[in-house]
Design a protein around this ligand. Structure first.
Ligand code: PLP
Length: 262
């Protein structure tokens, strides 16, 4: 438990600092981990929206992953925005070389909090075939789970069904997040090979939700990198995110960032 938790985040840059690789670095660091990065795209954005997306060449993405893993190593890898099928392929190829032992936390990012689309359709298909079977856990929100499975995901029972479908498709576990569903209680449903856990929290009335998915996945990755059991890593990460939203600094005029203890 005392080892330095090395976490590699493979994700897009958010110039506004609220989501993407910036959120990953902040969450991993705040939780005591050592953050490394492979940037997949540079987005031009602030709290109001995304005005530009500039993919990093696939070869450069793979090279970043290989450079880090062949020298520093990692105790967990977290993926976020993988904008094209070619990006997914490059990441999957580089991770395959590292072997199956490093847990992969797969956050299937599709749409920014502002509503702007971040990935192409072929990327979603490639995520299903190339990365899902390698993932220790996949962390979709309800709309992402629906897109990945073709199922309707509007309540807790359907979250469980979607989770089971993702396990059938090869994931080690699935956390189907309930933040995009309605109601005063948010239910995040963790489906593992053996059990189903439901984590409940009070819905917070806030617009400071930019980067929440990235933050949660990075916090789970840090927990796993520290040696926590999956259920404990998910629960601890959820508590961290809840506090981070509660103490959000209220920056910008759109969907603002959460707090990481600065
Ligand atoms: N990755 C990047 C680069 C982004 O810009 C965003 C959202 O804007 C996301 C991921 C997903 O953000 P969230 O954590 O709010 O789901």
């Amino acid at each position: 438990m005392d080892r330095l938790a090395r976490v590699l985040a493979i994700a897009g840059s958010d110039s506004g600092g609220g989501a993407g690789i910036q959120a990953d670095i902040k969450a991993i660091t705040a939780l005591g981990g050592y953050a490394m990065t492979a940037v997949t795209a540079i987005t031009v954005q602030n709290t109001r929206g995304v005005t530009g997306i500039h993919p990093v060449p696939e070869g450069v993405i793979g090279a970043q992953v290989r450079a880090v893993l062949s020298d520093i190593g990692a105790d967990a890898v977290k993926t976020g925005m993988l904008g094209t099928a070619a990006t997914v392929e490059a990441v999957a190829d580089a991770l395959a070389e590292a072997g199956p032992d490093i847990p992969l936390i797969l956050d299937p990012v599709m749409i920014a909090t502002s509503g702007d689309r971040l990935v192409a359709d072929d990327s979603v298909k490639a995520i299903r075939t190339r990365l899902l079977p390698r993932a220790a856990i996949i962390t979709p929100n309800a709309p992402e789970a629906a897109t990945l499975t073709g199922l309707t995901v509007t309540n807790c029972d359907e979250q469980v069904e979607a989770g089971r479908a993702l396990l059938d498709a090869g994931a080690g576990a699935a956390l189907i997040k309930g933040g995009h569903l309605s109601g005063p209680t948010v239910r995040d449903v963790l489906v593992t090979g053996k059990e189903v856990f439901v984590f409940e929290s009070k819905r917070l009335d806030t617009t400071s939700t930019h980067g929440t998915g990235c933050t949660l996945a990075s916090a789970i990755a840090t927990g796993l990198a520290k040696g926590l059991a999956l259920q404990d890593a998910v629960e601890t990460a959820g508590q961290y995110l809840h506090e981070a939203i509660l103490h959000a600094p209220g920056l910008g005029s759109g969907h603002g960032p959460v707090d990481h203890g600065w």
